[in-house]
Design a binder for this molecule. Sequence first.
Ligand code: IMP
Length: 200
Amino acid sequence: MTRKLAPGNLIAATHNSGKVKELKALFEPLGFQVRSAIELDLAEPEETEKTFTGNAALKALAAARTTGEPALSDDSGLEVFALDGQPGIYSARWAGEPRSFENAMKKVQTALVEKNADDYSARFVCALAIGWPDGHTEIFEGEVRGHLEFPARGDKGFGYDPIFVAEGETITFGEMDPDRKHAMSHRADAFVKLKAALEI
Ligand code: IMP
């Protein structure tokens, strides 16, 4: 049976400040007090799973066990169909260390050009997981479909936003008002499912 989640303390189990901002915007209006892994200086677990849902569960459980509070995590990424779903779960890793999404976006473009691809369709995927200190998890997956455009445009959002144009739109997520992105994103889609199942 799905475990319910009562408003209260919630740890955002991520070190990505863009995600922290988006997760706080989703959960704080519902009465949750959200503190992030950055604020709490939590260790970042290695993402050893092969799926978004597996990595989301792993991150939420690590933070829940360390803090003794329920934790929320997000594992997400960009899947490009002509690249057989890459960069996928490796979306952050394509940006290298220190992270450069300018480089990661160029890598995507180069891979498409090298493949002679004429189909630039892509989707963002997001798995949201809630983990409890006793090891229980609830996981929800969402997506937003669209296509890629180069060169990158816009300085809003984060990650691959400046090259992604959602279905029915003409501007990139990087150019879009954040509220509008939040209403249609892969994170919003997963969040709607989470909210319904956990009755929050
Ligand atoms: P991870 O889930 O921490 O492994 O990283 C996911 C990566 O996917 C992020 O660092 C971004 O590069 C990318 N990503 C996930 N969601 C978004 C989004 O909403 N916009 C742009 N890029 C995203």
